[in-house]
Ligand binder design. Sequence first.
Ligand code: G6P
Length: 614
Amino acid sequence: MCGIVGYIGPEEAYPFLINGLKRLEYRGYDSAGVAILDGGLKVYKTKGKVQDLEDLTLNKDIRGNVGMGHTRWATHGEPNDINAHPHLSQAGDLCIIHNGIIENYASLKEVLSERGHIFRSETDTEVLVHLIEDIRANEKVNIFEAVRLALNEIVGAYAIVIMSSQDPDMLIGARKGSPMVIGHGSRPGEYYLASDATPIVEYTREVSYMDDGEIVQIKDGQLTIKTIENVEKTPYIHKLEMTLDAIEKGGYDHFMLKEIYEQPKSIYDSMRGRFSRTQLTFAMQSLKEYETKIRNLERIIIVGCGTSWHAGLVGEYLIEEFARLPVEVEYASEFRYRNPIITEDDLVIAISQSGETADTLAALELAKEKGATLYGVCNVVGSSIPRLTDAGAYTHAGPEIGVASTKAFTAQVTVLTLLALGIANIRGKIPTARLRQMFTELEQIPSKVQQVLDNCSAQVLEIAEKYKHATNFLYLGRGYNFPVALEGALKLKEISYIHAEGYPAAEMKHGPIALIDENMPVVVIAPKRGYYDKVFSNIQEIKARKGQVIAVITEGDTKIPEIADHIIEIPDTDDALVPLLATVPLQLLSYHIAVMRGCNVDQPRNLAKSVTVE
Ligand code: G6P
């Protein structure tokens, strides 16, 4: 969380910084700020969004070729102007922006206060810039060395950018636990720093992903990378494949809506070239490389957070059904702190859109210590999780900007479906006819998702209009559709602030049924396959208590429409693939309700897309 950008080069820094912050705003939007070197250090910062920062800087002639910008998701200190980044050193000649958490800031602050440092904000970040200043003065070293020594005293996670009015042709960046990308500009001495590649892509396609414990210095046009142990590194330059239209709204009112509508393509891209229906083979490198390991696996553990955890639950059902292997799905945050039993025979799959979620990363590090094989299912290329894992498969959903995850979820489920089938195939657990049938069905999913998008709009809008003022929603599903119910409820609460809960349909009678009355909308995922009769009975139980039933049903079903208040139809597909279709109308329902309630759909309050703090 928090987005950071930096620029040094022949151009004016400000336009890049402000554009970059807009691209990174999904990472946090409590406050925004920039600092530019223009003779001295000029800092502009404010509570609120990047737009508020732009309003603040309107009509100000901001010039300078070196600068940094920050958009904040508050951790230490409430979101206000003073706690907004950048932060200055005591003497005001050093400036810092930071994404992450400095855990030992309180003790450092105490020591520095005793030495006469006066702090203006409540942030952990300000302590770090004072520490660098203190080390520079006491050890009589240059700024780079002072940064390096200071970072050796820091416990916690950081991506930082530092500049100094005493060294006006210099920019320093460093990372540990929070991401940072270097963009290599086309002109000599031109470099960009950013939390991810989205601010950089319209300026250069050549990037280097920094590793943990690395510090970069650009000084007098020269780039140097060293580790905090002072070992020099050579940057590896990647070519960015991301396109500009992938990170713009493209005529849609919101990124979330665009991303919902992109799902036929993102699902297709996530399966494209990974299997052959005619030859009944898989072309997933990770499966080939780990064939022996997969054959001998005793168990799979899946870790993730939020929506990715829901995808993990679908993965559990898929792997257990097809590969007949026990699977445990864990909240990464719980897993990492409860001394879990992990062995060298385990495969730990981490699911993460951003590839940066702090808890998921930490869970993987723990599993690595215990000798497990690590596998990543991530969307952001070059992010921390894919670099930590032994193997993995990217989801190819393309950049997801809306804070509420949509296309990343269906892409994750697509990849997990392929993994389940691939593991089943290696272990000889899936008959040829069944594999062929699954491949055939899978190939039809993108066009079926398109049908859902084309056909359900009117129904969903009508339902949204009727229930937009509801205060509670219940979502129910069985089997593969239990995680869909969880995800549907999460989407609604995230962006419309309506309390919503997802439950296994049969669990309703153990509690939630007490809530049902004529005011309670209950979304039931009730496809023709799976446990249709059982879910039908659950719907009757809801109706007997006058609940309002919104049923997601298979096209052509005539029984449920007789008792449900509203129906949303999806095409028929294999039971195992229903989540890929049933999720889509639930995303749209949340979207429309949130828009009707006047909520900020792409940037819901208090949330951030990339959660790099635990
Ligand atoms: C945040 C986001 C969610 C996301 C979760 C996990 O809470 O708002 O949309 O599902 O983090 O993120 P990851 O990047 O690991 O999938």
